[in-house]
Design a protein around this ligand. Structure first.
Ligand SMILES: *Cc1c(COP(=O)(O)O)cnc(C)c1O
Length: 361
């Protein structure tokens, strides 16, 4: 007997149960071909069909304009922290970065190995509990691009607006909020996401890049990291992570069946509203983030007395509510409520939180 519990893990994160069941049904014999997707040549008609369908479905979901390439890469978002400057900075160029928390700072540190990083704005003066408004930013005239992190997965702050950066390419790490609601891709030069939060399994990285940004890689950029090489080769310059690509394609199909990103936005809005309302109404739980900048996907919260953390987590696990422990750098709790986490999971969490507060409040 197998059972499915409610999984609030930040990443690798929950996947839709229906997707896992399809993958199980197709695992040993994909569509009557007598072999698993894992055992196919990436150059076979079968796999190329799977790959193209996944791209097509992602394009439809995000309404990606035709002058953008969609790349299916490896190395995670962390590799993009280097790959972006290697492709876009030229020799010793400058880029603007917005510091809103741990992930944006990691991106900045890595980029500074390849060129000049201008910290154009920082949430530091708000203890990273708020996002500095665009009127507080100092963008440089000669920046090759402007980088920001729309959703800080660890801190729990999220932009509910898209920065205005004139004719500079806007680059965004959408690892933890891609596909959570509609996004105007045409406002960006490049979007990137590790798959394991809101797309599919780990091992796959999705990059959506405007075509005019290709072909500018640094002369020492490794071939494998040059976007134009990946684009020219349909993301198959070498062997791609075929199974993760296939499974992500199943997730895209599932999202379309849910009604696409408009429907996901309604569901995710209802989920986040329920959880923040419960936190704000309680005496025991608190979330420090400026209300307008609160993340829909990653909701950190503290208990008034951190000696209650352990019993809270133990009781949660007993009730099948998994992975609520906060990131080690923040402490407390964090509920990651990505697309694949159903509203019933949030209902169960909110009910448990109320029950726990009654006993310990
Ligand atoms: C998880 C995460 C990363 C790191 O992703 P990897 O794929 O593990 O490299 C980077 N940025 C954000 C916003 C994330 O949520």
């Amino acid at each position: 007997m197998s059972k499915r519990l409610f999984n609030f893990c930040a990443g690798p994160a929950a996947l839709p149960e229906a997707v896992l069941q399809t993958a199980r049904d197709e695992l040993t014999d994909w569509h009557g071909k007598g072999l698993s997707v894992m055992e196919m040549s990436h150059r076979s008609d079968e796999f190329v069909g799977i790959a193209e369908q996944a791209e097509q479905d992602l394009r439809e979901l995000l309404n990606i304009p035709s002058d953008y390439k969609v790349l299916f890469l490896q190395g995670g978002a962390s590799q993009q922290f280097a790959q972006i400057p290697l492709n876009l900075l030229g020799e010793d160029g400058r880029a603007d970065y917005i510091d809103t928390g741990i992930w944006s700072r990691k991106a900045m540190e890595e980029a500074s190995r390849y060129g000049h990083v201008n910290a154009a704005a920082s949430g530091k003066e708000y203890d990273y509990f708020a996002i500095p408004g665009q009127n507080e930013w100092t963008l440089s005239a000669d920046a090759a691009y402007v980088h920001y992190t729309p959703n800080e997965t660890i801190g729990g702050v999220e932009f509910n607006w898209i920065p205005e950066v004139g004719d500079k390419p806007l680059v965004a790490d959408v690892s933890s909020d891609i596909l959570s609601r509609p996004l105007d891709v045409s406002r960006f030069g490049l979007l990137y996401a590790g798959a394991q939060k809101n797309i599919g399994p780990s091992g796959l990285t999705v990059v959506i890049v405007r075509e005019d940004l290709l072909g500018k890689a640094h002369s020492k950029c490794p071939t494998m990291l040059d976007y134009s090489v990946a684009a020219k080769n349909g993301s198959m310059y070498n062997t791609p992570p075929t199974f993760a690509w296939y499974l992500s394609g199943l997730v895209f199909k599932w999202l379309k069946a849910q009604g696409g990103l408009d429907a996901m936005e309604r569901i995710n809005d209802a989920k986040q509203r329920k959880l923040y309302t419960a936190i704000d109404a309680s005496e025991l739980y608190s979330n420090p983030i400026n209300v307008a900048d609160r993340s829909w996907m990653n909701i950190p919260f503290r208990l008034a007395d951190d000696r209650l953390d352990k019993p809270f987590l133990a009781g949660a696990e007993e009730r099948g509510l998994l992975n609520l422990k906060g990131h080690r750098s923040v402490g407390g709790m964090r509920a990651s409520i990505y697309n694949a986490v159903p509203e019933a999971a949030v209902d169960a969490l909110v009910a448990y939180m109320a029950e726990f507060e009654k006993q310990h409040g």
